[in-house]
Write a protein that binds this ligand. Structure first.
Ligand SMILES: *[C@@H]1O[C@H](CO)[C@@H](O)[C@H](O)[C@H]1NC(C)=O
Ligand SMILES: *[C@@H]1O[C@H](CO)[C@@H](O)[C@H](O)[C@H]1NC(C)=O
Ligand SMILES: *[C@@H]1O[C@H](CO)[C@@H](O)[C@H](O)[C@H]1NC(C)=O
Length: 387
C-alpha cells in the first residue's frame, strides 16, 4: 500500500469520527467539506477567507508583474552582441577615426537614406532630422491613417508638414490606408507598413551600397556616427546601433541597452526593412533612444493606445492625465510594469523609479541650440503642457 493512499484513507477515517454521520451519495461531497471546515482552527479560516482572496486579488492587479519577475525562470537571455568599440572626438580626422576602427577612408562618402514609419512624434522627428541633416541624401517617411492597433489616426505628418520645410527638397513622403482589422495582432499591421516602406525606398532612388538607417523615429543615431559610417570603407554589411535609453525626456537616463536601430549597406532584392535583430554586430554608444518624449499629455495617451503592446493598458485609470503627469515627474513606469530583464539581479537593480540625471552633455545639438522651445526634454522640466 502506498503511503499517499494510506494518508488519504486516514484523513477519511478521522473525518468520519469527527462528524459521526452517514450521508447519502449526493450529500457526501458537501458533508465532507463541512467536516473539513469543522476540523480546522481559526487561523486556517483566516488563511482561507482572508489571505487567499487577497492573494488572488493581488495576482489580478499585479499578475503581469509576477510573470515579469519570474521571467528569468522561463526565458534565457538572447545571445550577447559582439560589441565593436566606437572612437570619436570632434578634433580627430576622419582618416584616423576610420583607421582606429580597422577601416579605410573613402574618396567620397556613401549616400545615406533615413527611413521611418511615422506615428505622432512631431518634436522628436524634428530633433532627429536636424541632427542628421547634413548627412542624409533622402529622408523617407511613411504614415498610415491607422495605428498599429487598428485605431484611426489623422495624417499628423501631413498636418505638420510646414514644420519640416528644412528638408522638403530631400523628402520622399508616402501615405497608406490602414486595413482596420479588429482584434488582429498589432505586429501584423506593423509588418505590413514596413513592406510598403521598402517600396517607398525604391521610389526614393536607393541603390546598392547606399547606407540605409532602419529605426523608429525616437531612435536617433548621432550625426558623427552616420558620418563615420558613410566615410569609411569595409564597414560590416549591416550593424546595430547601441543607443542610450531615455524615458520621457533626456532627464531620465535608463541604460544603454537599446539595440534595435540598424544601418545597412543596401543590396537590391536582399535588404528588407526590419526592426528586429538582424546581425550580431553592435556599434557602441551611437546615439539616443528617447521613449515617450512628448510635449503634451494627450500625446502620451494617444501613444499608449496606439502602441503595439496595447495589452499593457490593463486599467483605464492608466490613461488619466493627472496620473500620467505624476508618473513622468517621478520617473515611474506608465504601465506599472517591472523591468523586462533576464536575470533577477538586473530586475531588482532596476526596480522603482528612474533616478533623474542632471547631465545635458552629449545630447543632440539642436536641443541645446533651441533649449527654450524644447525645455520639457531637458533636465529639471518634467511638467508638461496641457492640451
Ligand atoms: C585640436 O587639434 C589642433 C591641431 O592638431 C590642436 O592644436 C588643438 O589644440 C586641438 N584642440 C583640442 C580641444 O584638442
Ligand atoms: C484611410 O485611407 C484610405 C486610403 O487613403 C481611405 O480609403 C480610408 O477611407 C481612410 N480611412 C480612414 C478611417 O480615414
Ligand atoms: C553602458 O552602461 C554600463 C552600465 O551602466 C556602463 O558600465 C558602460 O560603460 C556603458 N557603456 C557605454 C558605451 O556607455
Amino acid at each position: 500500500m502506498s503511503e499517499g493512499y494510506y494518508n488519504s484513507k486516514k484523513t477519511d477515517d478521522i473525518c468520519e469520527e469527527v462528524c459521526g454521520q452517514q450521508a447519502s451519495r449526493v450529500a457526501l461531497g458537501m458533508s465532507r467539506l463541512r467536516c473539513i471546515l469543522r476540523g480546522l482552527d481559526f487561523k486556517t479560516y483566516i488563511f482561507l477567507f482572508v489571505v487567499v482572496p487577497l492573494c488572488l486579488f493581488g495576482a489580478y492587479l499585479h499578475g503581469q508583474k509576477i510573470t515579469y519577475f519570474l521571467r528569468p525562470l522561463w526565458e534565457s537571455p538572447p545571445k550577447p552582441f559582439q560589441e565593436i568599440p566606437h572612437y570619436y572626438h570632434e578634433n580627430v580626422s576622419m582618416e584616423t577615426l576610420c583607421r582606429l576602427h580597422g577601416w579605410g577612408v573613402r574618396e567620397s562618402p556613401r549616400r545615406v537614406f533615413d527611413a521611418v514609419l511615422f506615428n505622432n512624434e512631431v518634436d522628436i522627428l524634428t530633433v532627429r532630422w536636424k541632427e542628421l541633416y547634413s548627412y542624409i541624401t533622402q529622408f523617407v517617411l511613411l504614415e498610415s491613417n491607422s495605428t498599429f492597433t487598428g485605431l484611426p489616426k489623422p495624417l499628423l505628418f501631413s498636418l505638420n508638414r510646414e514644420k519640416f520645410k528644412f528638408i522638403e527638397p530631400r523628402l520622399t513622403y508616402g501615405t497608406i490606408g490602414g486595413r482596420f482589422k479588429k482584434g488582429e495582432n498589432p505586429f501584423i499591421e506593423e509588418a505590413y507598413q514596413r513592406v510598403v516602406l521598402d517600396q517607398l525606398l525604391r521610389i526614393a532612388g536607393i541603390e546598392d551600397d547606399d547606407l540605409l538607417i532602419m529605426s523608429d523615429v525616437d531612435e536617433i543615431p548621432s550625426a558623427h556616427t552616420i558620418n563615420l559610417l558613410r566615410w569609411c570603407d569595409d564597414i560590416p554589411p549591416s550593424l546595430h546601433l547601441q543607443l542610450r535609453n531615455y524615458m520621457y525626456s533626456f532627464e531620465y537616463y535608463v541604460d544603454n541597452n537599446s539595440w534595435r536601430a540598424s544601418v545597412h549597406r543596401y543590396q537590391k532584392g536582399k535588404t528588407r526593412y526590419a526592426h528586429y535583430r538582424q546581425t550580431d554586430v553592435l556599434l557602441s554608444d551611437s546615439g539616443w533612444h528617447c521613449s515617450f518624449c512628448f510635449r503634451h499629455i494627450s500625446e502620451f495617451i494617444f501613444k499608449m493606445k496606439a502602441y503595439s503592446h496595447y495589452d499593457r493598458v490593463r486599467f483605464s485609470h492608466f490613461l488619466k492625465p493627472s496620473r500620467i503627469q505624476d508618473v513622468i515627474c517621478k520617473g515611474d513606469n506608465l504601465f506599472d510594469m517591472l523591468p523586462e530583464e533576464y536575470t533577477f539581479q538586473e530586475i531588482i537593480a532596476k526596480m522603482g523609479p528612474i533616478p533623474p540625471s542632471y547631465s545635458a552633455v552629449h545630447l543632440p545639438s539642436y536641443l541645446l541650440n533651441n533649449a527654450e522651445k524644447y525645455k520639457y526634454l531637458l533636465p529639471g522640466n518634467c511638467k508638461r503642457e496641457s492640451g
